[in-house]
Design a protein around this ligand. Structure first.
Ligand code: IVH
Length: 668
């Protein structure tokens, strides 16, 4: 192929990838399978590897940059990014409308109502339809250049579709999906890292990472809602803007509406108040904008807030209730956290009975007392927390809570290390810790044993049926005892057995996570698995060996060494090894229940867009076998253009001949 043709070919693959990205991420209507997409993507990567001179910054392969910055460059916005004035009631909203109407001099104003996303505002600049730069809002005049991090967000197009203007600055809100927030915090907890208090902070924290590989691992998303600076378009209304942005390939919320009467906006707002919690993003109100862009210009800006828009905020999801008691919860590492026991209260549609108090200092610093009336907030729609007490609610019956001296589970003395905020139970035989450890062991990111939760684990431990994680693999010997326990039964038991058996196939990295070594989450475990390959190598590794790996610091290295220096832990690992749990990565890529398991393939001819090496690795990934020649035992011959003699052999030996399309269907 001539260089020119190769460049064209690369361009055509990129266009296809961009189109399929849009269909998948924005329109939710994919036309090809993940495997087909994978093949397409790999063919781009291999062409770009061979012809690096054709790599461009807008290529889908360049979403993750390897450059790590030491700080963010400042970026002056092409036009200011304003904020919004707020209103909190129907009356305040109608006052705003009346004021705006009077100022405009018109008899009526069309209004666009949009969701007010609770994330981080960003600006993205496109030159001739290509994403060139992106930044955070900052102070509205100067933001931070987060171009590389924005590139990692799949819903941000790198190349615009359709009729693209010369220069376009698009504005939107980067969010972190609510559905993934808890899971994310859970894995932070596993790694001993601090937790994010709500999806907004997580979105902001993720976008402000100096290493865009970290941002790429966070499930960030975006909704765009406006155009800043632009040359070469003819937009007249905000409603046009939203539709235009959609046509260019951006993710625009379909919850926006165009109204002609303010009462319609109020109805829209009331509907959203009831339904917004069903959405997978956090929102804190409705943004109402004057539709006509010329009228917007005429109305202008006061301070930082334009007169032509207002944020009509949702009612706060805080409530006041009584703090009845404070109990202690013991985590798997022995960390003891105080939990507020509340008079049940409805907060934004959910009944809340308990709330987080973080640690002892939090109680002291906020002067919280038993019997206080307290403000409880459902932060970012997730874990409720006690925010403060209500001073006017004090009647003299309130009393200070004293941190107990003994672990509520095992009675051993609670300690607090110098300079640390956490209290700890350091007993090695604390049932509460063991229950939480086993809960962690069976959890999805670890061994993924289904149907067993903290309730079942507690019953099994309290009835002396299991004493540690390895005992789960020997439940059969106690079957009669178990199925006679209240609420268990044979069907449930058999399901457990299946899931426990399946768990023996999970990858070595996940087994490492399952052990619950402090600070070892999935990311660290994968690095360890890749580099040490087996548990024996890991146990033999020195702290120096460990810290020489990327992303493993002295704290993690110490934690790993410390874990394996404990004889009980070594005993547990040996017990788990003898049950058949994987402690090396040699079979991690062995796919047993895959679509192509045991099937033998041969390939002949060439394929448009598909590279032979990629096909081979896909067949292998799905458990199939590829041979370079056809024999009578070959199950399928995949045939492309200009097939060779393999086709003749297949025909005369009744080997099934399939096209690339039929092959793809086999993988689905
Ligand atoms: S318009 C008038 N539209 O709210 C210019 N902002 O409080 C303001 N926001 O910084 C931007 N959803 O981060 C606009 N549909 C929406 C929005 C929205 C969320 C945020 C944005 C802005 C803040 C202002």
């Amino acid at each position: 192929m001539k260089l020119n043709d190769i460049e064209q070919k690369i361009k055509s693959i990129r266009d296809q990838i961009n189109r399929h990205n849009h269909l998948y991420y924005i329109s939710n209507s994919p036309e090809i399978s993940d495997i087909e997409y994978d093949i397409l993507f790999r063919s781009l990567l291999s062409l770009e590897e061979k012809f690096p001179e054709f790599i461009t910054s807008d290529s889908p392969s360049q979403r993750i940059s390897s450059a790590v910055s030491s700080e963010f460059k400042q970026f002056e916005h092409m036009s200011p990014m304003y904020s919004l004035a707020n209103c909190f009631s129907e009356k305040e909203f109608l006052d705003w409308y009346k004021r705006t109407l009077d100022l405009s001099g018109y008899g009526q104003l069309d209004l666009v109502s949009e969701v007010k996303f609770d994330g981080l505002a960003v600006s993205m600049i496109y030159e001739k339809g290509i994403f060139v730069r992106g930044s955070t809002r900052g102070n509205g005049i100067i933001g931070e250049d987060v171009t590389n991090n924005l590139r990692t967000i799949k819903t941000i197009p790198m190349v615009l579709m359709g009729n693209v203007p010369e220069t376009l600055e698009v504005r939107g809100e980067v969010i972190f999906p609510k559905s993934k927030f808890d899971q994310f915090n859970e894995s932070r907890k596993t790694e001993g890292l601090s937790l994010y208090s709500n999806p907004r902070n997580l979105a902001a924290g993720s976008l402000r990472q100096l290493d865009s590989k970290v941002t790429a691992e966070r499930s960030l998303d975006i909704f765009v809602y406006g155009v800043g600076y632009s040359i070469g378009n003819d937009l007249k209304t905000q409603w046009n803007v939203l539709n235009y942005l959609k046509s260019l390939g951006f993710k625009v919320s379909n919850l926006s509406s165009l109204f002609v009467k303010p009462q319609e906006v109020i109805d829209f707002y009331n509907t959203l108040v009831d339904s917004i919690s069903n959405e997978d993003f956090s929102a804190d109100g409705v943004v109402v904008k004057v539709n006509n862009l010329e009228v917007q210009q005429q109305l202008g800006v006061v301070g930082k807030d334009p007169r032509w828009a207002i944020a009509y905020k949702f009612p706060s999801i805080k409530s006041v209730t009584k703090l009845k008691n404070i109990e202690l919860s013991v985590g798997r590492t022995g960390r003891i956290s105080p939990v507020a026991i509340l008079e049940p209260v409805n907060i934004g549609g959910a009944i809340v009975r308990q709330a987080s108090l973080h640690n002892f200092d939090y109680i002291v610093n906020n002067d919280l007392k038993i019997n206080d009336l307290v403000v409880v907030e459902r932060a970012g729609d997730v874990i409720p927390k006690v925010v403060s007490f209500v001073p006017e609610g004090r009647k003299g019956v309130e009393f200070e809570w004293i941190f107990p001296e003994e672990c509520p589970s095992c009675g051993s003395k609670i300690i607090r290390l110098e300079g640390e905020s956490a209290h700890l139970c350091i007993s090695s035989s604390c049932p509460a810790q063991l229950k939480r450890l086993i809960e962690h062991f069976v959890s999805k990111p670890a061994m993924n044993i289904e149907g067993i939760g903290i309730k079942q684990i507690s019953i099994l431990i309290d009835n002396h049926i299991i004493y540690n994680q390895a005992d789960l693999f020997d439940l059969d010997s106690k079957k009669d005892e178990i199925i006679n326990l209240n609420g268990f039964g044979e069907k449930r038991f058999n399901n457990w057995q299946k899931s426990i058996e399946e768990s023996k196939k999970v990858a070595f990295s996940r087994v490492l996570v399952a052990l619950g070594i402090p600070h070892v989450g999935l990311e660290t475990a994968e690095i360890i698995s890749r580099n040490f390959k087996s548990i024996n190598n890991l146990i033999a590794a020195s702290e120096l060996d460990l810290v020489s790996l990327p992303s493993i610091g002295p704290k993690v290295a110490y934690s790993i060494q410390n874990y394996f220096s404990n004889e009980d832990n070594k005993y547990l690992v040996n017990q788990l090894i003898s049950t058949g749990v994987r402690f090396d990565n040699s079979t991690d890529n062995m796919v047993v229940d895959s679509k192509l398991h045991g099937l033998k393939f041969a390939i002949t001819g060439s394929f448009d867009n598909y590279n032979r090496a990629d096909l081979v690795s896909i067949i292998k990934d799905l458990g199939g076998i590829v041979s370079s020649s056809v024999s009578k035992t070959t199950n399928y011959l995949i045939t492309g253009d200009n097939p060779g003699s393999k086709l003749d052999f297949a025909k005369s030996n009744e080997v099934k001949i399939i096209s690339i399309k039929e092959f793809i269907e086999l993988t689905l």
